[in-house]
Design a protein around this ligand. Sequence first.
Ligand code: ADP
Ligand code: MG
Length: 257
Amino acid sequence: MPLLELDRIVMEFDIGSFGRKKKVRAVDNVSLSIDKGLIYGLVGESGSGKSTLGRVTLRLYKPVSGRVLFDGQDITGLPESKLRPLRRRMQLIPQDPYGAVNPVQTIGEALSEPLIVHYGLETREAMEQVKAMLENVGLTPAEDFISRRPFNLSGGQLQRAVIARAMLLKPEYIVADEPTSNLDASIRASIVKLLLDFKEKYNQSLLFITHDIVLLSLIADRIGVMYLAQLVEEGPSDEVIKNPLHPYTRALLSAIP
Ligand code: ADP
Ligand code: MG
């Protein structure tokens, strides 16, 4: 059963200035489907459209054409008011955690706010859940972290906090956009493991965006390869790895020692 489906998605940005119309097509005619409980791995070089595609699946961007379906519902044209009840079910784990949090909020405030907004929890109740979740993601003792501001956390710690914020809402669908690219190699594996543990626990579907096709060969059920805004190759991971059809995928794989 697909949880998320894209049907011939086109996404463009306006980059014209001084009255000149100019557009960049970031996603060109992409269709794909992500089944419930599975991991879809998306690779491609910088600027190929991965992050834009991820944001279209979450309807953070509205595509120029094509359709986005979430759990069978066409959400392509829904206004924010209609998207609101769906928001907690789909969460983004962004590439740069520092850019994704309000620098003046404490970690406690940043993580409890979505619970209060989406679930109507009392502040105290929300804070209890936040503490438990912080312990869960290895930010212990939680008491030490709830009063800190984002810039008082290391990159790895803040990445854990941002993952905790998403997971508190018990979403069914996660877009993890290069969640480890800003981290030391030594803590990358633990962040990936954290995401996989949540995925198992809540039976989540995951769109995992990365440069690392070796990692995808280990964790992804399907792999899609983006090149110049198009999805040039996709299929079950083992097939894509064993028998890559597109020259870009072949180049990626041949670079592995
Ligand atoms: P990737 O995540 O694969 O590195 P992106 O989706 O970030 O690629 O970008 C795809 C293309 O769209 C790039 O050419 C980028 O410059 C352009 N782009 C992305 N976001 C914006 C934006 N907000 N405004 C204008 N152009 C954008
Ligand atoms: Mg990106």
